[in-house]
Design a protein around this ligand. Structure first.
Ligand SMILES: *Cc1c(COP(=O)(O)O)cnc(C)c1O
Length: 363
């Protein structure tokens, strides 16, 4: 058995729960193209998020690429470079120029004071990220978007089930993207979804994910293939039943890290917003002014077979494929990327392991 402690381990249901859930697929022999499992998962997720309209996808990235396409966005989209590479790729692969806005040091979301100066005649949307489940300054983003008549699409890959002022974040902006990748707080092995209140966008997304076929079997759009399959949906149905308890367990782990390291000079946790119900999807810690720097800490932990990750380093705009292409100045994001470390947090991680990780850091 491998005893390595990694940044995450995929959440799996009880083996027999999954087997029970997939058994009837051997009877129906309908394993893709919006079968019973996808319909069941969609209903359950809509209930969980308290939303009406959702389109399931084979992964979060194709969902994000598709929704940009569905809104017919063009020109420029304002976003942040402190995110997973998918956010930037989804913009660029739509033939749109990403304009990188800096982030706030306290919760790593987009710095809304800097958005307006980046708006030009070409700006078609803002694509902010609820990074680590920290909710962006949504009121301000909404005000800016209204004023300039541009769209807002949220990358909520980290924020499934998060609530702001008691309301689920899926209702924010013109559309919200989720990822159900194996490493996320809720997974369908691979998977994703878009939530939007715009019926025409929902209709278009359903066509786009199936080669552009509309309800009448006519190819109305230049679509691609991004459908969730029935085995993915079955995994989601099983995992969703346990999600509430999984989040409680993660919260305990998160709070234990905070209890041990929270008052140590030079160790910083993201600002807690009392209006947000978190899903505790990640355990990011910022080392700024601590006796050891981020890289020295990783080295020490790796020696003990503990593998935190430098999420998100480098910034997306500094990855090889984008080097020399974008010159937006984002000094806060640059500094955070060099100081951040995402610590192990997953179902089944033991308290003694967290104590051990923290004592290695403190030593
Ligand atoms: C995981 C992730 C995605 C992409 O989702 P996939 O399901 O892996 O395709 C997009 N944005 C962010 C911020 C992510 O963390």
């Amino acid at each position: 058995m491998n005893n390595d402690i990694t940044v995450t381990k995929s959440t799996l249901p009880e083996y027999n729960d999954y087997i029970d859930e997939i058994a009837d697929l051997w009877e129906s022999r309908w394993i893709s193209n919006n079968g019973e499992k996808c319909k069941k998962l969609e209903l359950a997720l809509c209930r969980y998020l308290d939303c009406k309209n959702m389109v399931l996808f084979n992964n979060g990235h194709s969902a994000l690429e598709s929704v940009i396409n569905a809104f017919e966005l063009n020109g420029e989209i304002i976003t942040t470079p402190f995110t997973f590479i998918s956010t930037t790729h989804a913009i660029v692969r739509n033939g749109i120029k990403p304009i990188f806005c800096d982030i706030k040091k306290d919760d790593f979301t987009i710095d809304t004071d800097l958005i307006e100066e980046k708006i030009t005649k070409k700006t078609s949307a803002i694509l902010p990220v609820h990074v680590y489940g920290n909710i962006c300054e949504i009121e301000k983003i909404e005000r800016i978007a209204k004023k300039h008549n541009i769209k807002v699409i949220y990358d909520a890959a980290h924020a499934l089930g998060n609530k702001y002022h008691g309301k689920d974040v899926s209702g924010l902006g013109d559309a919200t993207m989720y990822s159900f990748h194996a490493t996320k707080v809720f997974n369908t092995i691979e998977g994703g979804a878009i939530v939007s209140d715009e019926p025409e966008i929902i209709r278009k997304l359903k066509c786009l994910q199936n080669f552009g076929f509309n309800k009448n079997g006519c190819v109305e759009f230049v679509g691609f293939n991004a459908k969730m399959n029935e085995f993915q949906a079955a995994m989601g149905i099983c995992n969703l039943k346990n999600l509430h308890n999984d989040i409680i367990e993660r919260k305990e782990q998160y709070n234990l890290y905070k209890e041990i390291l929270g008052d140590i000079p030079g160790i910083h946790f993201p600002k807690n917003n009392p209006e947000v119900n978190y899903n505790y999807s990640y355990m990011p810690i910022l080392f700024d002014g601590f006796k050891k720097n981020r890289n020295e800490i990783i080295e020490e932990l790796n020696k003990q077979r503990i593998f935190p990750r430098k999420y998100f380093f480098p910034l997306t705009k500094d990855e090889k494929c984008y080097s020399g292409k974008f010159y937006d100045f984002t000094p806060v994001a640059k500094q955070v990327a060099e100081q951040i470390l995402t610590m192990p947090l997953y179902k089944g991680l033991e308290k003694k392991d967290i104590h051990n990780i923290c004592s290695i850091i403190l030593k």
